[in-house]
Design a binder for this molecule. Structure first.
Ligand SMILES: NC(=O)c1ccc[n+]([C@@H]2O[C@H](COP(=O)([O-])OP(=O)(O)OC[C@H]3O[C@@H](n4cnc5c(N)ncnc54)[C@H](O)[C@@H]3O)[C@@H](O)[C@H]2O)c1
Length: 361
């Protein structure tokens, strides 16, 4: 069975992360419709990928009878389109973050409950990865208690990575002032979520957490669960350097995110210490296709130090999550990153924002 896909939003995520994969998964997917607020971009992608239906509005795409499943990867909040897609009887793949508000997450869960036979999957690609699966398996099969966790998201010079590996087509027909209006609306909507007194730095930090930090936070949640408490949260005056301390039963986790240095570096990693053992998962880059992820394990056994490397694993994370979307649809199985799962993350982001706003205002 081929799932007929409609894609809403044809920017970086569609062009670099998903469309090139989907093109090579023709036994699973066929892109039959695309839509972007930019007509020029819609035409460019429809021509490039030979897509039969092109629409100016997401609503028309959702209503298209030649679409079985909708992928939402537009800018802005994804809840409305995802709910409309479910209510139109379509499966839906929602790029992260699913939404930023607890109210919208609740409405998405209600939509899923109205349509229990439809699949709604959220795009937490770092959780679809061989090194990640191995780390989870090693943790599950170990009696050693966790003693410390350190995780980081450092994505510096993202545009440099992309410009060296891909050519991204930008919309040329949109009013440039629209971007400023969109940013102003975004800042206003985040204030309404995290507090009307939130500073610019706090809002930027919230955007960092929900934009890029969310991958590692979600991966850590799958590995070790939610923290009992957020002990501390601090942000630099420009909002681009962030440190969080989470309290778990018997150990702490430190998470850092930073995005303001002129250095080409991609370091997303999770280190889990268990007294005599340390597991470290490192993602090299989600943008340069097929760069590996690696899991290393350091152990002290008596006076012997042992270093084991699992990987490097070259499987493309986006391809693995797309395959799970396909399997979930064709085998009627809930994906692990469903709307209930993603709602846990949204609660965590809002809890972090609360501590951040209290401690740095
Ligand atoms: N999984 C990942 O690693 C990853 C990486 C990058 C982006 N993303 C996610 O993908 C989504 C899109 O990010 P991006 O980097 O592609 O952004 P982008 O700005 O490059 O592209 C967004 C596109 O959506 C279009 N758009 C805006 N409003 C629309 C609407 N109402 N209907 C149709 N199209 C609309 C814009 O014109 C633009 O072309 C975001 O949710 C982002 O968090 C995920």
């Amino acid at each position: 069975m081929t799932v007929r896909l409609g894609i809403i939003g044809l920017g970086q995520a569609a062009q670099i992360l998903h469309l090139p994969n989907l093109e090579h998964m023709e036994e699973m997917f066929k892109v039959t419709a695309v839509s972007d607020i930019s007509a020029a971009l819609t035409d460019y992608i429809a021509d490039k990928y030979n897509v039969k239906n092109r629409f100016r509005t997401a609503e028309e795409l959702i209503a298209c009878p030649e679409v079985d499943a909708v992928m939402v990867m537009s800018s802005g909040d994804h809840a409305e389109y995802a709910i409309k897609a479910l209510d139109a009887g379509k499966h839906v793949f929602i790029e992260k973050p699913m939404t930023l508000s607890a109210e919208s997450a609740k409405r998405l869960i209600e939509a899923q409950e109205r349509h229990p036979d439809l699949i709604a999957q959220v795009g937490y690609c770092r959780r679809y990865n061989e090194s990640f699966y191995k780390m989870k398996e090693l943790l599950r099969s170990s009696d050693l208690p966790i003693t410390y966790v350190h995780a980081r998201t450092v994505i510096l010079e993202g545009p440099w990575y992309i410009s060296n590996t891909w050519t991204e087509k930008k919309a040329t027909d949109l009013d440039p002032s629209g971007k400023q209006v969109m940013m102003a609306n975004l800042f206003a909507s985040i204030k309404s979520l995290i507090g009307e007194n939130a500073t610019r730095a706090q809002i930027i930090a919230f955007l960092l957490i929900t934009g890029s930090g969310c991958h590692i936070l979600s991966a850590v949640r799958e590995l070790i669960g939610l923290p009992k408490k957020i002990k501390a949260a601090t942000v630099s005056p420009n909002g681009m350097q962030l440190a969080l301390i989470f309290e778990y039963d018997g150990f702490n986790m430190v998470f850092e995110e930073m995005n303001d240095q002129k250095v080409v570096e991609f370091d997303e990693s999770i280190e889990i210490y268990q007294g005599t053992r340390k597991l470290k998962l490192k993602y090299d880059s989600p943008y340069i296709r097929s760069l590996p992820s690696t899991l290393t394990v350091d152990e002290l056994d008596g006076d012997k130090a042992k270093h084991t490397v699992y990987g490097p694993h070259y499987q493309d994370m986006f391809g693995l999550e797309e395959k799970e979307f396909y399997r979930s649809i064709t085998e009627s199985k809930r994906p692990k990153c469903d709307v209930y799962d993603a709602a846990e993350d949204i609660k965590l982001y809002l809890d972090i924002a609360k501590v951040l706003c209290e401690s740095t205002s």
